[in-house]
Design a protein. Structure first.
Length: 255
């Protein structure tokens, strides 16, 4: 029971395919009490159903990471539910569909702002609110992708967003390290989820990753959940400011 006695928040559980839900299952099975957040009222009932499917205790709070008022309200509710937090999984990203096809050079100013705000700045917005609740130290984990460091077709504006996210991980790790709060990213291989379905040609990305990665298979949400569990638990107490690849080794290949 690696997370016995610990309480954590998971942002980004949209449905049972969400990477955040795989993380929730892994954390809940290891004894953690969870608070799942959803973006709006519309998703609340479905998120409650997902919370009920977990082996342990889980509550649901609304939090739209693109709005400071929503983040502040959620932080207040979370502080009431759990005076002390031990971990947080940030598994949130968004870009307008029209930005996820064609040439990167056609990215619009508003498309850039939206993608970078929701997918990258939100980690800092979350860290500055939740880290003060981690009074006994803690662990914050976010989800990145190979597009942060390599060109992936149609990933476009999400590439710079993930690059900014990974850089933010390093700066946040330095800010919060002295209070014992660690900050890391998991860089997952491609997984068929709601967010991924917005990327044009995603099936081909899956096929190529399977064919060329050293393990010759696609990444599963459970593999990402288990690696995240490691980063949330004390087993990784010496690890911060890093990106852990969970992609069947695909990132290491030249061709
Ligand atoms: N699926 C993949 O292939 C893959 C690979 C690497 C990294 N990732 C990353 O994993 C994370 C989770 O994505 P997923 O693939 O599980 O898809 P998903 O669609 O299940 O999850 C994305 C989540 O972001 C949430 N979200 C979007 N805008 C929000 C906002 N303004 N406020 C609050 N929540 C908001 C959605 O509600 C959803 O829960 C993302 O950061 C994604 O970039 C995914």
């Amino acid at each position: 029971m690696l997370l016995e006695g610990k309480t954590g928040v998971l942002l980004g559980v949209a449905n049972k395919r969400s990477i955040a839900f795989a993380c929730a299952k892994a954390a809940s099975a290891q004894g953690a009490k969870l608070i799942l957040t959803c973006q709006n009222e519309r998703l609340e009932e479905a998120t409650h159903k997902l919370a009920e499917a977990l082996p342990g205790e889980a509550q649901v709070v609304i939090c739209d990471v693109s709005k400071d008022e929503s983040l502040d309200a959620a932080t207040e509710v979370i502080a009431g539910l759990a005076p002390q937090l031990d971990f947080c999984v940030h598994s949130v990203a968004f870009a307008n569909r029209e930005e996820l096809e064609g040439r990167f050079s056609q990215t619009s100013r508003s498309g850039w702002h939206t993608a970078l705000d929701v997918s990258a700045y939100s980690l800092t917005a979350v860290a500055k609110r939740f880290a003060p609740l981690m009074t006994e130290g803690g662990s914050l984990v976010t989800m990145s992708y190979l597009g942060a460091v390599r060109v992936m077709p149609n990933y476009n504006v999400m590439g710079p967003a993930k690059a900014a996210l990974e850089a933010s991980v390093r700066y946040l790790a330095n800010d919060y390290g002295p209070q014992g709060v660690r900050v890391n990213a998991v860089s997952s291989g491609p997984i068929r989820t709601l967010a991924a379905s917005g990327i044009s040609g995603f099936s081909q990305i899956l096929d190529i990753a399977k064919e060329r990665s050293p393990l010759r298979r696609n990444t599963t949400p459970e593999e990402v959940g288990d690696a995240t569990l490691f980063l949330l638990s004390d087993l990784s107490r010496g690890v911060t400011g890093t990106t852990l690849w969970v992609d069947s080794g695909y990132h290491t290949m030249g061709l």
